[in-house]
Design a protein around this ligand. Structure first.
Ligand code: 13P
Length: 264
């Protein structure tokens, strides 16, 4: 067994299609001030924000200018590098803008843009090719939960996404039960732990034990400051992918500071 340093928790804000570039800058500034005011020590938790494409340049400029230690991510990318693909955004462009991460396979893209497991696997390859860390989202709908239980669908989705991924690839996995997204319904910490453990077993099978040990697995779905700590206590939950609550500086700061206000 290879000794691996403990996984750094990752708290990621997926803004979805919210905030123009001016509102984006205002939110990042407020979040930074709120954390500094609270005496938050950056480093214990990694913070990442995922604005819409049109905000990335402005947010990146602010992070650089004010030396704010948030990582930047995009919400999607093209499977192609460049060319006649109207409306698409290449991983190469995102990398050049300073993005570290890119969300791939979010349930909203699977549902509203018909993204299949094959498209998602191709996007994972595109991200890795351009030096971006894919945040691979998996999760079951309520119907799938009732029919197959919680793990089967996310496990199948992750296996498909990891086709041809090398063992040393840097990836993040996010378990987001579709029925918990934006609904106020949440998986219990035990449910989240069970599925995240099953996903870690998939990583071990597909990429090996070292990759499984080092890869961060996030929970997402109605995460708030009031419930984050219950998830972070679980051994296979390494962070959160936060939607609605990441649009509010005070609330997202409180989520980031989960260790302080609940003593995890
Ligand atoms: P909510 O936190 O709004 O439920 O959204 C979760 C999500 O989809 C993050 O990607």
């Amino acid at each position: 067994m290879v000794a691996v340093a403990a996984r750094t928790p990752l708290i990621a804000g997926n803004w979805k299609m919210n905030l123009d570039h001016l509102q984006a800058v205002a939110l990042v500034q407020k979040l930074d001030w709120t954390l500094k005011d609270a005496g938050h020590e950056s480093g214990s938790v990694e913070v990442a924000v995922f604005p819409p494409f049109t905000d990335l340049r402005s947010v990146q400029t602010l992070l650089d200018a004010d030396k704010i230690a948030f990582a930047l991510g995009a919400q999607d990318l093209s499977t192609h590098d460049s060319g006649a693909y109207t409306g698409e955004v290449s991983g190469a462009f995102l990398k050049k803008l300073g993005a570290t991460y890119v969300i791939i396979g979010h349930s909203e893209r699977r549902e509203y843009h018909d993204e299949t497991d094959d498209v998602i696997a191709a996007k994972v390859q595109a991200a890795l090719k351009h030096g971006l860390v894919p945040v691979i989202c998996v999760g079951e709908t309520l119907e799938q939960l009732e029919e197959f239980g919680a793990s089967a669908v996310p496990v199948g989705q992750l296996k498909a996404a990891l086709q041809d991924v090398p063992a040393d690839a840097d990836i993040v996995v996010a378990y987001e039960p579709v029925w918990a997204i934006g609904t106020g319904k949440v998986a219990t910490p035990e449910q989240a732990q069970d599925v995240c453990a099953a996903l870690r077993a998939v990583i071990a099978d597909e990429l090996g034990a070292e990759a499984a040990e080092r890869t961060r697995i996030l929970y997402g779905g109605s995460v708030k400051s009031g419930n984050i700590a219950t998830y972070m206590r679980e051994p296979d939950v390494d962070g959160a992918l936060v939607g609605g609550a990441s649009l509010l500086a005070d609330e997202f700061a409180a989520i980031i500071r989960y260790q302080k206000h609940v003593g995890v």
